[in-house]
Structure formats: C-alpha cells, structure tokens
Design a protein. Structure first.
Lengths: 178, 111, 523
C-alpha cells in the first residue's frame, strides 16, 4: 500500500533519526538504561516504518530481501559466541571480562563517585551489546517482513485510478457558520 | 499494593485463556499474564525512597532499588516477544489452512 | 589441553551453540558441508557430555563459575564470600541425565539427516535441533534458578518450532500451537515462584536457597506452582493434553528427542523437591501427592492408549503412562525421606528404580518412535487399520520394533525388566495396592503392544505395499545405537545400577553434600 506523499516524505525524513537513536541506545548500554535488545528493537521499528510507507514489493527489491537479514542475524550471533569463547583463549573461564581495566579497546578503569561515565570502560560488555543489537535487528526485521507478506495489498494501478463513487459536494447552507 | 494488581491481572488472564474461543484473544490473554509476572518481579525490588541503580551515580547514604530483578524482567520480556511472534505466525498458517480462528472448529486431532 | 579439560562444563553448551549459529551461513554459501557439519557438531557435543559425566562419576560434584578468573570457585574472592555469579553444578543426577540426552541426541541426528532429505528449509531445522540439544544439556547442568527458567523456555520454543515443521498439512501446526501455549503458561508459573523465592532469600543460587529454606506459607505456594508447572511440562495427568497431540504430528526423530526434553522437566521437579526444599518439606504429604499423580498417569495413560488407531498417538499415551512409573518410584522415596530405617530398607531401591526407568524409557521409547517413523516414511500411512503385513518387506524395522515392545512391557533380558522389578519390590514393601496397580498396568501395556505389532507387521502381504523397501542405512544406524544400549543395559543391570544410578540417587537424597560442594563449607 502506498499512503500518500506526506507520509512517504515524513517516513524518509524520520528513518535515519530512528536508526541513529537506536544505535545510540545500543552503544551506551553500559552507562545509561538500554543495551542490546532495546536498541535493536528500536532499529527494527525504523524498518517497520519503511515497510508501512511503501509497497511491499518495492521494499523487497530496493531495501533488501529477507534472506539478507537472516545473514545479519547469524553474523551477530557468531560475534557473540566468539567473544564469549575468547575468554577461554586468554586463559580464564567462559565469558570472562578480560578487556576490563587493561587499557585496550574498551579498557579504561571506572572512576568511583558520582561522574558522567566514560564510554570506553567495561571491557567485553559493549562488544556483547553490539553483537546482540545486530542480532535483534536482523531477527525482528525478518519477523516483520514475513508477517507483512501475509497481507493483501492494493496494487499501484488500483491506487492511482480515479474514485468510483462521485465525491459529494457539500453545500454551504447546512452546517457551518451563517 | 501492586501485589493486589498482580493477583487481579493473573486471575483475569487465566479467565481469558480458559474461556475465550478466538485464538487471537487467547494470545492476548497470555500477553496480559506475562505483563503481570513482569510487574510482580519489578515490585519485589522496590525499596522506599530508592534511586536508580547506576554505578556512576551513587551518592552517599541513599538506598538503591534492586538491579537483578530488572535483569530478570528484561529477559522475560525478550522471551515473551519470541513466544508471541511464534504463536502469531502459527495462527496465520492455521488460518490459511483451516479458514477459521475459532478453537472449537480446529479439532482435526481427535481423541 | 588442560585448558579444555578445565572448562568442560562451559563447552557443553558452547559447542552446540557455535555449531547452530554457523549453520545458516553454511546453508546459504556451502550447502554440501551442512549435513556432515551437523553430525560432527552433535557427535562432539555428545562426547563432551559423556566426558563431563565420567568426570563427575569419578571425582565428585563439578562446580563451574561463569565469568570468574578461574573456573571453579563458587564464592570468589572479590565477592566477600557470597556466590553471585551464574554457576553450573553437575552432580550425580545431572551426569545421569546428561548420559541419556547424549546417547539419544546423537542417534536421532543420524536418523534425521536421512529422513528429512527431500524437505526444504533444512538450515533452520538443524539450527533449531542443535539449539534444543544445547537447551537440554544446559537445563540438567545448571545450579542457578533463573538459568534453569531460561533453558526451560529455550526448550519449549525450539521444540514447538520443530514440531510444526511439516506445515503443509496444517495439522502439525495445530499440535504445535497447543504445545506452545501449555508450555508458555507453565514457564510463567515457574517464573512466578522463582520470584517468590528470590523475594524471601535474596539469592538465585540453588545451594544458597537450600541452606536457608523453611516451611512458610509463601514457600508452600511456590512449591505448588513448581509441581503444577513442571508436571505440565513432563506430561503427567491431569495436564497431559498437549503431549499426545504434539507427539503424534511431529517428525519421528523430533518426538524421540522431545521425550528427553519432557524428562528434563522431571529432572527439574526432582531437583526442586529434593535439593532446594530437602528436609524442610512435609515429606509424607508431598510424597503422597507425587504418588497419586504417578498412579493417575499410569492408569489413564494406558487405558486411553488401548483404543487408539493412530500409531504415534498410541505411543504418546504410553509415554504418559511410563512417566507415571518414574513418579511412583521417586514419590515412594520422598514419602519415606524422613524415616531412616524405611529409607535404607526400600526407599533407596525405589529411588534407584525410578531413576533407572528414566534412562530406560528414553532409550526404548526413542527406539519405538524411530521404528514407527521408518514405517511411516516408507508407506505414508499411520492408521493401524490400513497397515499390515510389513514384516515381509521391512525385516530390520520389525526386529527393532519387537525389541522396543518387549523392553517397554518389562520382559527380561531387556532393560525395562530391571527397572520395573526394582519399582515393584520397593513399592510392595511400602503399600501393596500400589504395586498391584503397577503390575496390572504393565500387563495392559504388553497387550497393547502385541496388538500393534500384530497389525503392523504380521499377516499376509497387502497389495498396496508391494514396493515398500527397507529404510536407508543411516536410519538403521541410528536405531542400532539405541538397540545396543537397550540390550546392554538389560544384560548387565547390576553393573549399570552400581556405576550410574546409585551415585544419582545418593546425590539426590543427600542435600548436604550439594550445598557443601557449592559453598565449600562457608555459609
């Protein structure tokens, strides 16, 4: 279904902001409320907005078909399990936070007291947040695409045809101000 | 006080699951029961005059509400999303094959 | 190498999950190596489970902490003596269930790779299968209540999606929907009682809750919710409505694995009753409740199985009835838990009989479902009135079905006889009427299976089954693995009971050793 020019334009304007907002929630998961699942769900809401505004066939051709989103989901899951198994390689137990407070990628130490929070802290946890965010956006997009496939949509020819019932002109005498 | 709400919601949800015939209403009943259990879990962690349990925002002498129940609730919400998605896709397939959403008429598996 | 051996409990679920997550990528880009990859991952996971079980049987309870600097101290130094990380505690009972899950899951994957060859969507099927295996392994190894709930939900979702796999007819999806609704409601009840326990004792660790457990009203409410929900998952009467529907429409190999998943629900029930509640229970009352659930399941299961015409639905009702035997044996042991004289006289034997029946049931019921699945695979018919005379064409399948039928009826020298004899003896010393009911149910089981065997395999050859051949070799290989264990456990039951079942029974009856292994003597 296409919903008219206003909704299509507003959807195209809003979608990047939704994606960036979702990405922000995923990235700051260890400082503010949020994290992997919440951010991934917000990004999937952006995909749902695009699916609602445009014809389903256009989405499949131009956006991306559902099988690419399945690969995105698998990539997120593989990143998660490899990060978890990397604790074994370093020499400690499964899911050990080996990047914490060692000065590497996410390795600053956490300062005590009331402060604004540093994004480069807490080791393995932001990496796991990214992995879960990618996975959730892939999975929920696949679910949305398959469920939209079950709808009966009007085609473009039917939408552009002139209306079959005549539009009744309202006469100015009934209702309104005198 | 929220515990009375929880008990009421669980009672209503059980009544919906057992009595309603439309499958979509049964899925909605399961959704209500899930929300009731999530509310119960969060209410357990409440402490009087507590603040949000963020490590970099810990002023002296103030209690924090319990954070582990928040993790339990988040996990339950994710499980609920997956379960509801699976149930609704199964109902879509059943509607395509059987032509009805009424649970009395979906009885091809007999005794 | 020692790195791998130290972290064996974590590899239990990590290997299966890693294999499951790589399958969509293999299915899209390199489809030829997808089937060998699934068999390889399943074999590795079963091997790791067996290594873990052997370690527990020789060295005692294994405790593994996730996310700590070293794998094995539950109360680590930076926590001030309180265990707050998620732990895996594998004791004798957990190792016992790991063995049965490992054997059945590997035999079933050999069967499934060849029986699902012509279907589409196999990538998701194998990924869900490995996820279900990881869920079963995790559920019987964990020592943390909420982790148990998470694995319970993983099992329900993966099993429900697998049951609805043959979705062209529509009837499989109906059975899967019923199964999913029942299991979801059960899972929510488990979460409610975990919340109640957490509110009182401020910990999710099973050992910490067990060391502080008392018999208050909230704990009674939590116990009732647990028994209801886990009995719903295991398919006992009066909550057995989902089990026959789901078992009869699933692919046959999946049904064999769902039997193991239902028994993992029984594992949870026994773990809650014996280890988390332990001596704080009113053992006679709760024991009699379990005994009555067992007797109802036995009798109603077998009487509803007798007039069935759909052969897989008949097997599913027999699964309900055999679950009653396990509940009867363990219920008797629970009822005499407070009485040391009776416990050492017949309570220990009742517990061992009930537990031995768990692994025996997984083995012979898996064999029966695989054999019946082979018949349906070749003929496409599952109505008993229309089958007949297949013994001329499918000789191997007939032999395997006969072995499974004799095992379930309790005929020596197969394994059903050993466990049923232990249950009969000990229950007779407790209350003779229950033992007589159990024997009558066993006779009815034998009658029902003789009817099925006669109508499927015996008799003259029917003209529409002229071209039915034997099933492919991989399916026979899967059935052979299960048969080896069925005959083996029946020939040397004493050896099996001493080495596998007695440590499991001891681990359940002895709550103090579980707490001491996790908390190390510090409270």
């Amino acid at each position: 279904m296409t919903s008219g020019l206003v909704i299509r334009t507003a959807g195209r304007l809003l979608a990047p902001f939704i994606f960036i907002f979702g990405f922000y929630i995923v990235a700051h998961g260890h400082l503010t409320p949020g994290g992997g699942f919440q951010g991934g769900a917000v990004i999937a809401t952006g995909v749902a907005l695009i699916l609602v505004c445009y014809y389903y066939k256009d989405c499949i051709d131009k956006l991306t078909p559902a099988k690419n989103f399945k690969l995105v989901e698998a990539a997120g899951l593989i990143l998660y399990i490899c990060t978890a198994l990397s604790g074994l390689v370093v020499g400690a137990s499964f899911l050990f936070n080996w990047m914490n407070a060692t000065g590497g990628l996410f390795g600053h130490a956490v300062a005590y007291g009331v402060n604004a929070g540093d994004i480069f802290t807490a080791g393995v946890i932001p990496v796991l947040n990214f992995a879960i965010g990618i996975e959730v956006l892939g999975a929920l997009s696949v679910v949305l695409m398959y469920m939209f496939a079950g709808l009966k949509e009007t085609t473009q020819a039917e939408d552009d045809a002139p209306a079959s019932t005549p539009i009744i002109k309202k006469s100015g005498k009934q209702g309104g101000k005198k | 006080m929220p515990f009375i709400t929880v008990a009421l919601l669980i009672g209503i949800a059980f009544a919906i699951i057992l009595l309603k015939k439309n499958m979509i209403k049964m899925v909605m009943g399961i959704g209500i029961m899930e929300s009731a259990v999530n509310l119960f879990l969060i209410t357990i962690g409440y402490r009087e005059d507590g603040i949000a349990p963020i490590f970099t925002n810990a002023p002296e002498g103030v209690d924090m509400v319990l954070p582990t129940v928040q993790a339990l609730t988040l996990t339950n919400i994710v499980i609920g999303v997956a379960t509801t998605a699976l149930m609704i896709s199964m109902i879509m397939i059943i509607y395509k094959k059987y032509g009805t959403l009424n649970s009395d008429k979906m009885r091809r598996l007999k005794e | 190498m020692s790195l791998l051996l130290d972290n064996m409990p974590a590899l239990l679920i990590a290997v299966s999950l890693f294999g499951a997550f790589l399958i969509p990528i293999f299915g899209r880009f390199l489809p030829k190596i997808r089937d060998p990859w699934v068999i390889l991952v399943s074999f590795l996971a079963s091997l790791i489970a067996v290594i873990n079980a052997v370690t527990v049987f020789t060295k005692g309870t294994v405790v593994y902490v996730f996310g700590a600097a070293a794998g094995s101290s539950a109360a680590s130094i930076d926590s001030g003596g309180l265990p707050f990380r998620i732990i895996f505690t594998i004791d004798g009972f957990g190792a016992f269930m790991l063995l049965s899950a490992a054997i059945v899951s590997f035999a079933v994957i050999l069967y499934l790779v060849s029986s699902q060859k012509e279907r589409s969507g196999k990538s998701e099927f194998y990924a869900l299968y490995l996820l279900l295996t990881a869920g079963i392994f995790g559920m019987v190894s964990t020592g943390d209540m909420f982790n148990f709930f998470v694995f319970l939900e993983i099992n329900s979702l993966a099993a429900a999606a697998l049951v609805s796999y043959h979705r062209n007819g529509g009837i499989a999806v109906e059975g899967a929907l019923k199964y999913l609704i029942v299991n979801t409601v059960g899972g929510l009840m488990v979460l409610l009682s975990i919340g109640l326990l957490y509110a009182q004792y401020d910990s999710l660790n099973m050992a910490v809750i067990a060391s502080q457990m008392t018999w208050t009203t909230l704990n009674i409410v939590a116990l009732v919710l647990f028994i209801t929900a886990l009995a719903m998952k295991a398919g006992t009467v009066p909550f057995h409505y989902a089990t026959p529907d789901a078992y009869s429409v699933a692919p046959s190999g999946i049904t064999a694995l769902m039997v193991v998943a239902s028994q993992a629900g029984l594992y949870g029930l026994f773990r809650i009753l014996f280890t988390v509640y332990g001596g704080a229970l009113n053992t006679v009352t709760v024991g009699w409740v379990i005994i009555i659930l067992g007797i109802l399941s036995m009798v109603i299961g077998v009487t509803m199985a007798l007039p069935q015409k759909d052969v897989k639905r008949l097997l599913a009702y027999h699964a309900v009835s055999q679950t009653g035997y396990m509940l009867l044996g363990v219920g008797v042991a629970l009822a005499v838990l407070g009485d040391p004289v009776a416990l050492s006289a017949y309570g220990q034997t009742a517990m061992e009989g009930g537990l031995f029946h768990i692994i025996n049931h997984a083995l012979y019921k898996g064999l029966l479902f695989l054999a019946v699945g082979a018949v349906i695979y070749r003929t496409g018919v599952w109505n008993l009135n229309k089958l007949g005379g297949l013994g001329h064409n499918m000789k191997w399948t007939m032999i395997f079905f006969l072995i499974g039928a004799l095992a379930i009826a309790g005929i020596p020298p197969f394994n059903g006889f050993a466990s049923k004899l232990m249950i009969y003896e000990s229950v007779f010393a407790f209350n003779p009427i229950l033992s007589v009911i159990a024997m009558i149910v066993s006779i009815l089981t034998l009658a029902s299976f003789m009817k099925v065997f006669h109508s499927v395999f015996m008799g003259p050859k029917l003209p529409e089954f002229e071209n039915v051949k034997e099933v492919p070799k991989l399916m026979i290989a899967g059935m052979v693995i299960l048969t080896i264990f069925v005959i083996g456990f029946g020939l040397v039951p004493d050896l099996v009971v001493d080495s596998i079942v007695t440590p499991a029974a001891d681990a359940l009856l002895n709550q103090g050793s579980y707490i001491a292994a996790v908390l190390g003597g510090v409270l």
